[in-house]
Write a protein that binds this ligand. Structure first.
Ligand code: MN3
Length: 205
């Protein structure tokens, strides 16, 4: 099969109590795996099976459809797992990303509040994102369903962090309380080191 399910970069229990092992078990092992399996079934024995995941997404960005939806959901979930880390991580005040956050949002807490507002504001399923343009200007945004800001945002934006706000991401732990889930995850589990590495690469630092 051309595409494979990414291994979780931590144990299923590693994000407790903010995300339970039961949620990670189903979210990664059933929902994320479901997108990988569906994508493989759709592209098997087609020219798309020879492309990278990013190339498949780009090729279908304008038309959407099942291949786009499943491929982009695979990519978005890969990025979501990398956006989280047990206990969260911090940024050094001297880092370029930290300086940009102070410039564009005033404080780390302010960027978290802006992300929470995007996540709450997404009606129905989707994602809330911290993104950068090619000059390092930060902003927050949201996308519905499988859409992703590096192809579905005009102009394209580079994702730095994402939070999944589909109900399957939080219903077992928080039921209808999406805002409680987003705040718990963003305040306690964000992998700022991952965001920092992408930011520095984007700016050639
Ligand atoms: Mn999900």
């Amino acid at each position: 099969m051309p595409f494979s399910l990414m291994s979780l970069p931590y144990e299923e229990s590693a994000l407790e109590p903010y995300i339970s092992a039961k949620t990670l078990h189903f979210h990664h092992g059933a929902h994320h795996k479901g997108y990988v399996d569906a994508l493989n079934a759709l592209v098997d024995a087609t020219p798309y099976a020879q492309l990278s995941l990013e190339e498949v997404i780009t090729a279908h960005a304008d038309t959407g459809g099942s291949i786009f939806n499943n491929a982009a959901q695979v990519w978005n979930h890969d990025f979501y797992w990398k956006s989280l880390t047990p206990g969260g991580s911090t940024l050094q005040p001297s880092s370029p990303l930290h300086k940009a956050i102070i410039r564009d949002f005033q404080s780390l807490q302010d960027v978290i509040e802006a992300l929470i507002a995007e996540g709450i504001g997404q009606f129905g399923s989707g994602w809330c994102w911290l993104v950068t343009d090619e000059n390092g200007n930060l902003s927050v945004t949201k996308t519905p369903n499988a859409q992703t800001p590096w192809v579905n945002h005009t102009p394209a934006r580079t994702p730095l962090l994402v939070c999944d706000v589909w109900e399957h991401a939080y219903y077992l732990d928080y039921q209808n309380k999406r805002a409680t889930y987003i705040r718990a995850v963003l305040e306690n589990c964000l992998n700022w080191g991952h965001a920092e590495a992408i930011y520095n690469t984007t700016l050639g630092l």
